[in-house]
Write a protein that binds this ligand. Structure first.
Ligand code: ADP
Length: 273
């Protein structure tokens, strides 16, 4: 079943040149879809359209078969957990604890249960020691962790991440990536749409959509999309490390095509380890 359907969307700011042109794609329930593309290609605009902050000039979006309009969006947003690149725009609470609790209060979750959920998610993003701190005093990466905890605590049906880990260091990015995969394991119906520059993350998703100059340049399984090296280089997108390595080794007649992880590659290269 399609959770999200984007049909022939076009959008322009203030009647200027369209920044999205005839964009169409579907996101199946329970799938993890990455949207990649370099700066200015229209990815964040797409996220804003999905949550009804702006409306398309052409085409439409449906979520659970319901058309996204200014009338339906309030209801539809209850299903969506959203994390923007700049978390400053998302903080509402005076403390980290209040902030993670905010959406839960709106859902009228009982107090003790709510405190458990807040503590659990704060811990899962590594922010349990900051519960009494003011969000505005945190570092960019810490703010992103809190924003992610706030979104996940609501147990959304759809998680939309817009460069949600851009301010984290590589270890922090990897921790959050693992957390999202854990969430997915716990709830296989969770649908994830991640706007990211991180080709390594995109490579792990179920489907990749490449946006270039407001248009869908490619979409498909990560192996298909990322095997088109020339096309990706023309879009200034890198190649996932594992594919790059496979290609370089095959130039030296070392075949690692059967390997699906770095550990398996290491075993082929150094069998006596
Ligand atoms: P991305 O997320 O891929 O970096 P954006 O969706 O942010 O791309 O931007 C796409 C284009 O729309 C860019 O040319 C950007 O300058 C323009 N744009 C984004 N937001 C606004 C806005 N609020 N008003 C006018 N133009 C905008």
């Amino acid at each position: 079943m399609n959770k999200i359907e984007v049909k022939n969307i076009s959008f322009s700011y203030n009647n200027q040149e369209p920044v999205l042109k005839h964009v169409s794609f579907n996101v199946k329930e329970g799938s993890y879809v990455s949207i990649v593309g370099h700066n200015g290609s229209g990815k964040s605009t797409l996220a804003r359209l999905l949550i009804g902050l702006i409306a398309p000039i052409e085409g439409n979006i449906t979520i659970d078969n319901e058309l996204v309009t200014y009338k339906t969006i309030r209801n539809i947003r209850k299903k969506i957990g959203l994390v923007f690149q700049n978390p400053d725009n998302q903080f509402i609470g005076a403390t980290v604890e209040d902030d993670i609790a905010f959406g839960l209060e709106n859902k009228q979750i009982e107090r003790q249960k709510m405190q458990e959920i807040v503590k659990n998610y704060a811990k899962r993003v590594g922010m349990n020691e900051f519960l009494d701190k003011e969000p505005s005093r945190l570092s960019g990466g810490q703010k992103q962790r809190v924003a992610i905890a706030s979104a996940l605590a609501l147990a959304p049906e759809i998680l939309i991440l817009d460069e949600a880990t851009s301010m984290l260091d590589p270890k922090g990015k990897s921790d959050i990536k693992n957390l999202v995969f854990e969430m997915k394991k716990e709830n296989p119906n969770l649908t994830i749409l991640s706007i990211t520059h991180d080709v390594e993350e995109a490579f792990l998703s179920d489907e990749v959509i490449v946006i270039n100059k407001g248009e869908v340049a490619f979409k498909g399984k990560p192996e298909e999309v990322f095997s088109n090296r020339t096309a990706l280089e023309s879009l200034h997108l890198g190649m996932p490390f594992i594919l790059d390595l496979k290609e370089k080794l095959s130039e030296k007649d070392i075949d690692i095509n059967k390997c699906s992880s770095l550990e398996e590659i290491a075993e082929v290269l150094c069998p006596s380890r």
